[in-house]
Design a protein around this ligand. Structure first.
Ligand SMILES: Nc1ncnc2c1ncn2[C@@H]1O[C@H](COP(=O)(O)OP(=O)(O)OP(=O)(O)O)[C@@H](O)[C@H]1O
Ligand SMILES: [Mg+2]
Length: 560
């Protein structure tokens, strides 16, 4: 008949002959015919099988058809099962209504007309099949909805996880930015402070130097002054480290071969670290060169090694290594992307807890106690790296050790050494010059004036660039100008440019406490870094005036 699997039709009658007759009629439908000789048997079969249609005889001895129908309907599983009553008697209107109330869906009168019975049963089987199909469809739909819901829940969970992850990343990035801003403002603060201190130390040292010369030779006085000089010199070292942290130290970058530089430091390191610390090195073969101030890099490596020593009070192992790294290695943001030399100093000492690690690079942060650490070592290293367009990274775990990495930009080939370094010449036979000194800081100004006068020179003073220009205009016989760089209104370089217009041959020395000299080097002005001492001043003057002398000669011979 159909491709559908056969369904069960339950035939209920107490008379076997009638059951046989129904079977004969319904066989052609191709469904399963299940027989029950009593209401009880019918109930049993119903419970064990899935029945599509029930054909019930109304008159049965133990339980009549109405009662059986009622019981069937009461069972939750069979509330919609189609029941057709077969009856010869009890076919009054009232009986029919009672039958419907009990759950009958149709009646077939006796004698049964085979075609009518088949047609009715077929309709209900059809209905049963359609209902099942609908139910299946519904179940499938529900299954799919559930499946989609589960998928959505998964996607949602994934989304939430990602949002959380992004939030965490953002928070971490913000914290890092915050940390960097803090370090940046600390840098500005310390930079300004260090600049002022530099000026003061300059005046103190200058005055002390002159005092030494003037005081009568007396051991106790000399000791006191030496002491004061030493203290001022230590102060100058501190301000240098502060300026380094603030990225305002004067750097003289060169192309540096790191393994060679470290190699040259080994003996000194071994001596500073003592016999309980074993020093090892690990350099990538054929490592590229880097560009950095070699003296400052040595100082940085020394600072890191001393930190390592302090973290290994009962000895340990220090490893200094270097390899090539790219900005993509994640630890550094460089625009444009460039390559770096990653120098690392590793120890297996006490390590740092989280709080120490977070604050380690802050200036003045130290765990070493008053008088033992200044808290400027890592600050200096950080400043050097940043000023050299690199970075410093610290990784540390308590009782496992510490690794500090210094990222410095690579340099592809060696460059000739810059030739603007001051060459300290010895002062020749004493000559007397007219020198114009320019500084907006009166303490520094009078310190320099005192040094020059002590050397026997005649000194003119100016407290600003404009003031100095007026003097240059009105005093044609000035031999040399010494000017501060950082002055309000007109900087030292601007002043040098303006003097160049008036008197191109007048030698000028730039005194600086900062690295902020965008054009200083280009112009090739000799530089004095503050705080400077009388000997430095004298020897640089000798060089400047000497070159000037040679220039005069060269000019004269060219004319001749
Ligand atoms: N290798 C290291 N192992 C463990 N802790 C370290 C290490 N390097 C630095 N620290 C911690 O970071 C702090 C700051 O170091 P930093 O070098 O800036 O200053 P310092 O060593 O205390 O003093 P200074 O170097 O000025 O004499 C140290 O006091 C110490 O707590
Ligand atoms: Mg230190």
């Amino acid at each position: 008949m159909t491709a559908n699997p056969p369904v069960n039709i339950l035939l209920v009658d107490d008379q076997p002959a009638k059951l046989l007759a129904y079977e004969a009629i319904l066989k052609v439908l191709g469904e399963n015919l299940v027989r029950a000789g009593s209401a009880t048997e019918a109930l049993e079969l119903l419970l064990r099988n899935e029945i599509a249609v029930i054909l019930v005889d109304v008159c049965m001895p133990d339980l009549d058809g109405f009662e059986l129908a009622k019981m069937i309907r009461e069972h939750p599983r069979f509330q919609k099962t189609a029941m057709i009553f077969v009856s010869a008697v009890a076919m009054t209107e009232i009986d029919l209504l009672r039958g419907y109330e009990c759950g009958a869906v149709d009646y077939v009168p006796v004698p049964v007309v085979p075609d009518v019975l088949r047609a009715k049963v077929r309709i209900f089987i059809e209905l049963y099949r359609k209902t099942r199909q609908l139910e299946n469809l519904n179940a499938e739909l529900e299954r799919r909805v559930e499946e989609r819901t589960a998928e959505l829940a998964l996607a949602n969970a994934e989304l939430e996880r990602r949002v959380e992850e992004r939030t965490r990343e953002r928070e971490a990035a913000l914290a890092q930015v915050h940390e960097m801003q803090k370090i940046e403002s600390l840098g500005q603060l310390t930079g300004g402070l260090a600049h002022d201190f530099n000026n003061l130390l300059m005046a103190i040292l200058g005055s002390l130097d002159l005092l030494v010369k003037r005081l009568p030779e007396e051991p106790r006085t000399k000791r006191l002054i030496d002491n004061a000089i030493q203290a001022a010199e230590r102060g100058a070292t501190l301000t240098k480290r502060l300026l380094a942290f603030a990225r305002r130290q004067e750097l003289k970058p060169e192309t540096v071969d790191v393994p060679r530089l470290v190699g040259g430091m080994m003996e000194m390191l071994q001596r500073s670290l003592g016999p309980t610390i074993e020093i090892g090195t690990e350099f990538e073969p054929g490592l590229v060169l880097t560009r950095v101030d070699p003296n400052q890099l040595e100082l940085a490596i020394l600072n890191l090694s001393l930190n390592a020593r302090d973290a290994m009070p009962s000895g340990g192992r220090l490893l200094i290594g270097a390899r090539r790294g790219t900005a993509e290695d994640g630890a550094i943001h460089a625009r444009p992307a460039r390559d770096f030399v990653r120098i690392r100093v590793t120890d297996n000492g006490l390590g740092m807890d989280e709080v120490t690690l977070k604050r380690a690079a802050e200036p003045f942060f130290t765990t070493k106690g008053v008088g033992k650490g200044t808290g400027l070592g890592l600050s200096m290293v950080h400043g050097l790296a940043a000023q050299s367009e690199g970075a410093m990274r610290i990784a540390s775990r308590p009782s496992e050790g510490t690794t500090v990495e210094l990222w410095l930009p690579t340099a592809e080939r060696a460059e000739p050494k810059a030739s603007v370094e001051p060459i300290f010449a010895t002062v020749g036979p004493r000559q007397v010059f007219r020198v114009l000194v320019v500084d907006d800081d009166s303490v520094v100004l009078s310190g320099t004036v005192a040094m020059l006068e002590d050397l026997g020179h005649t000194v003119l003073e100016a407290t600003s660039g404009e003031h100095a220009l007026n003097i240059v205009r009105s005093e044609p016989d000035i031999d040399l100008v010494i000017t501060d760089q950082a002055m309000p209104g007109m900087t030292g370089i601007a002043l040098a440019d303006a003097i160049g217009e008036l008197r191109p041959d007048l030698p000028i020395i730039l005194a600086t406490g900062y690295a902020e000299l965008p054009r200083g080097r280009e112009r090739g002005l000799p530089q004095l870094s503050k705080p400077y001492r009388q000997e430095e001043l004298a020897s640089l003057m000798a060089v400047s005036l000497g070159q000037q002398g040679r220039r005069h000669v060269a000019k004269a011979s060219a004319v001749a």
